[in-house]
Design a protein around this ligand. Structure first.
Ligand SMILES: C[S@@+](CC[C@H](N)C(=O)[O-])C[C@H]1O[C@@H](n2cnc3c(N)ncnc32)[C@H](O)[C@@H]1O
Length: 283
């Protein structure tokens, strides 16, 4: 049945699973490669922003939900930061090869006890969108920033809209967001609010930018979506918005010359902790 969204969970409230369990299980073959396709699409943008914000020698950094660790490693190897603590619930992709300055910690960042220290940079990319209580977590992450340091958050923004024609591609993209919301509570509707949430967490000099990688056949982002849809296919079909034929057509479309669609984008928002005391709360 295709029709109304099937059982979404506004605010991420009605879902049974967690990232890495119902979908995106790290032990499933190829999951590290899927994360790496996302990293290939976005790492240059992320590194440029982090360096622009000052990441470099002398900086102690925290990378939460570090995945395969590409940002952690490039912070050390290219930006020359002093150390990176890479944290993930599952650290199997982070431990090898070792890099001087890279420390790895297996931890759930949602745990109230998560307090690994204070850092000049706290970075989370494509993590908070999958977790409930994003506003509490933003406040908690802001607490881990040392005075004068920065919190940098990147997450996906959905660029399908009421004006997007119902093609297999657009229906599949919508079904992915709906299916992930219903199974693990993923909710990207919060992401445009990040600048305001950072300000509310006491950070100043808040700003944000958006990057939309071009969907070119064979590109890392096209391969990322194709693999993501394969891995979340059951959740997508369960929404009732698409069937297997639609998902297959959308995956073929990504690899076709006639592909003329817009990828989801990445919004990066950042804020700086005042050198002494929190920024004045907004009026
Ligand atoms: C989509 S991947 C992003 C990886 C990396 N940040 C990147 O952008 O390439 C999300 C990562 O967050 C981790 N993660 C999800 N929930 C987490 C939690 N509660 N605590 C720690 N890590 C978590 C997952 O294990 C996964 O490695």
């Amino acid at each position: 049945m295709k029709g109304a969204p099937g059982g979404g969970a506004p605010g991420g409230g009605r879902h049974d699973g967690r990232y890495g369990e119902a979908v995106f299980r790290p032990e499933q073959a190829g999951e590290g490669t899927r994360i790496d396709f996302g990293a290939l699409a976005y790492d240059d943008i992320t590194l440029a922003r982090l360096r622009e914000l000052g990441a470099g020698p002398g900086w102690r950094c925290l990378d939460v939900g570090a995945g395969t660790g590409t940002v952690s490693r490039r912070l050390l190897e290219e930006a020359g930061v002093t150390s990176v603590l890479a944290v993930d619930r599952d650290v199997r992709f982070l431990e090898a090869p070792p890099v001087p300055g890279l420390d790895v910690l297996a931890a759930d960042i949602s745990a109230p006890s998560f307090a690994p220290g204070r850092f000049r940079l706290v970075h989370a990319r494509f993590v908070l969108m999958h977790l409930p209580e994003r506003d509490r977590l933003i406040t908690a992450l802001a607490e881990l920033v040392e005075p004068g340091g920065v919190l940098v958050l990147s997450d996906a923004i959905d660029l399908t809209s009421g004006r997007t024609p119902d093609t297999p591609y657009s229906m599949t993209m919508r079904a992915m967001w709906e299916g992930l919301r219903a199974t693990i509570g993923t909710d990207v509707s919060w992401v445009p609010a990040y600048p305001r949430l950072l300000r509310g967490a006491g950070l100043g000099s808040v700003a944000a930018e958006v990057h939309v990688p071009p969907l070119l056949p064979g590109s890392p982002i096209s391969r990322f979506w194709a693999d993501t849809w394969e891995r979340s296919r059951a959740a997508m079909v369960a929404t009732g918005l698409v069937d297997d034929t639609d998902v297959d057509a959308a995956i073929r479309y990504l690899d076709a010359d006639e592909c003329a669609a817009l990828s989801a984008g990445m919004l990066t928002a950042w804020g700086r902790k005042p050198a002494s005391g929190p920024a004045a709360a907004p009026a």
